[in-house]
Design a protein around this ligand. Structure first.
Ligand SMILES: Cc1cc2nc3c(=O)[nH]c(=O)nc-3n(C[C@H](O)[C@H](O)[C@H](O)COP(=O)(O)OP(=O)(O)OC[C@H]3O[C@@H](n4cnc5c(N)ncnc54)[C@H](O)[C@@H]3O)c2cc1C
Ligand code: SF4
Length: 546
């Protein structure tokens, strides 16, 4: 961290969080000439810091993880007050590092479909759910998807995206080459007559933006890239922000509260660093980009005279409608080897079932998976009738690691107002800040969609030649996690939403949110490209209306 005592305390804009949304906000604001302070609670991690530990990473956090937050001193609580550490089930972690989730993500780069913005109009509202339409449409985001694709860097083939309105511009890079596994799965899709498309990814398939092409290593999702071919905000938009000389980046600094004047107008933020030093900063504009769980926490922890339940929370909406993605799928055993060690692994997909499924609300994209770490193969992919230990288990793993593969994908979750981020009344973190309490689940309708998609995954496996197929029964659970969204939803009505259609917090003229929390629904796709596109639209509007 830079010495805080030596830096300014007033800025044009403060951005809290350096992930997908925050990186874009900081980049655009700084390039427009605004003086920006970008604050990140995590550290700037190099490839060597992130490492390649199969048991401690953001994909499988069995004994720890590799991209924050620190395991000690950063708890959350769950049902019955259970204290949960960041790498444990139920914490709903994404990452806390410079670049946020984009440092270690898989970089799947999906646009939502037009229908994803109108879920309530198309499907009606299942009883007890908070399914709603967005106040904006696909057409409003389309130009910003394109900006994200070109500025961060996506590879793919726009002509295969037949589930979307025609693209105005291609992707900047051709798709990744297919591995043996993806080729087999593409043939399966073709046998079924289903749409097949090369997966769009935020990865350099050819040299781009001054960095090299992917070398097809075997550790992509959950790890940093050894050759810097994976495109996050840390190596694109934030690099540009810093190059503009208009951006001050502080890492290892936790924003604990928003500050306000006597009228309740936001004046800036109060921070604490790893050594316990407290510093306050003021700004004309504050952009919150801490991710759906931590942004809600920050608002709820910022009670004022005018907003005693937290800023933006006079209608009790902050923290509700927590969503992510349920991932149903199937696992198949094949007669011959599929695995050829060619990373990243997931390269072929179909959007045949995202919408238009009789009697089902929504649906989801299906795809093959990134290369399985052997420990994940053991933990999640073995047939249910195989003993978990002993000779038979070892023999199966030895003989079949190259012949087992899965198909799965994110289903559109049906939100519930009870899937929630609140503040724990007792537990505090290492800085003394009240921590998040997580409760509830998504709406049960999600399970019907998940079961439907699981059957489609099995059909795809069968058509690809799997000789034995197995899967697990979907169960209703607390959502959030890596694809966390929805806790500060966007809407025109302040009674049922937290931000307006420009992501400005209702009742405030200088407080914006640029992260997954503003999503009304989370699509049947990995969400990051939508977070980036929205952040681009929000920030462009901040600059235009400054
Ligand atoms: C292993 C993994 C794989 C993934 N793969 C994909 C994929 O293929 N495709 C896809 O679409 N998505 C993927 N995701 C999800 C994707 O990374 C997230 O959707 C995205 O990063 C969320 O963006 P955000 O701006 O909402 O928040 P984040 O990117 O999470 O950024 C928030 C940042 O804010 C910081 N912060 C929070 N609170 C504070 C505070 N109070 N003070 C200071 N700093 C704070 C955090 O430390 C964090 O760095 C993956 C995530 C992981 C972990
Ligand atoms: S698969 Fe490619 S982009 Fe992913 S980490 Fe390896 S080299 Fe980097």
């Amino acid at each position: 961290m830079t010495d805080q005592a030596a830096i300014n305390t007033h800025y044009d804009a403060i951005v809290v969080g350096s992930g997908a949304g925050g990186g874009i906000a900081a980049g655009l604001l700084a390039e427009s000439g605004k003086k920006v302070l970008l604050l990140e609670r995590g550290q700037a991690l190099r490839f060597a810091d992130v490492g390649r530990d199969h048991l401690r990473n953001q994909r499988l956090s069995q004994y720890g993880h590799n991209a924050g937050p620190n395991i000690d001193g950063n708890p959350r609580t769950g049902e019955e007050g259970r204290v949960i550490r960041p790498h444990e089930n139920g914490y709903q972690n994404n990452a806390a590092a410079f670049g946020g989730g984009t440092l270690v993500y898989a970089g799947q780069a999906w646009r939502f479909m037009p229908q994803d913005f109108q879920m309530a109009s198309i499907y009606g509202v299942p009883e007890g759910s908070s399914l709603a339409d967005w106040p904006i449409r696909y057409e409003d985001l389309m130009p910003y998807y394109e900006q994200a694709e070109w500025n961060i860097g996506v590879c793919g083939d726009h002509q295969h995206m037949t589930h979307l309105p025609a693209y105005e511009k291609s992707y900047p890079m051709p798709p990744l080459e297919l591995s043996r596994k993806s080729t087999v799965f593409r043939e399966g899709l073709q046998r079924l007559g289903w749409q097949d498309l090369p997966m769009p990814r935020l990865i350099n398939s050819v040299p781009y933006n001054g960095r090299p092409a992917c070398v097809h290593c075997q550790h992509c999702v959950g790890f940093a890239c050894p050759v810097d071919a994976k495109n996050g905000t840390q190596n694109t938009m934030i690099e540009r922000a810093l190059a503009s000389d208009n951006c001050t980046l502080l890492t290892g600094v936790m924003v604990r509260q928003l500050t306000v004047d006597s009228s309740g107008h936001v004046t800036g933020i109060s921070t604490i660093d790893d050594t316990g030093n407290v510093h306050d900063f003021t700004a004309s504009v504050v952009v919150l980009s801490g991710g759906a769980v931590e942004t809600a926490r920050l608002l709820l922890n910022s009670a004022t005279t005018q907003e005693p339940n937290g800023i933006g929370n006079n209608s009790d909406q902050v923290g509700r409608h927590l969503q992510g993605h349920y991932y149903p799928g199937g696992i198949g055993l094949f007669e011959s080897d599929l695995y050829d060690g060619f990373g990243p692994g997931a390269a072929i997909a179909t959007c045949q079932f995202n919408h238009g499924n009789d009697g089902i609300v929504g649906g989801g994209m299906l795809a093959d998976d990134d290369i399985l770490l052997p420990i994940i193969f053991w933990k999640r992919s073995l047939p249910p009738d195989l003993p978990k230990w002993g000779h038979a288990n070892k023999q199966f793993m030895r003989e079949n690691y190259h012949r087992v593969s899965d198909i799965r994908g994110p289903v559109q979750e049906i939100p519930s107002p009870d899937g929630r981020v609140t503040i724990d009344p007792q537990v505090r973190d290492r800085y003394g800040i009240p921590v998040v309490h997580l409760s509830g689940t998504t709406h049960p309708e999600t399970l019907r969609t998940a079961r439907f998609m699981r059957e489609r995954a099995k059909e795809w496996l069968q058509a690809s030649g799997a000789v034995k197929i197995w899967s697990t029964e979907p169960e209703l659970s607390l959502s959030g996690g890596q694809h966390q969204a929805g806790t500060c939803r966007m809407g025109d009505d302040p009674q049922s939403s937290v931000v307006d259609r420009w992501s400005k917090v209702h009742g405030h003229d200088n407080l914006f949110i640029a992260d997954g929390s503003v999503h009304v629904t989370n699509g049947g796709f990995n969400p990051v490209l939508t977070i980036m596109a929205l952040a681009w639209r929000t920030t462009e509007n901040i600059i235009k209306t400054w």
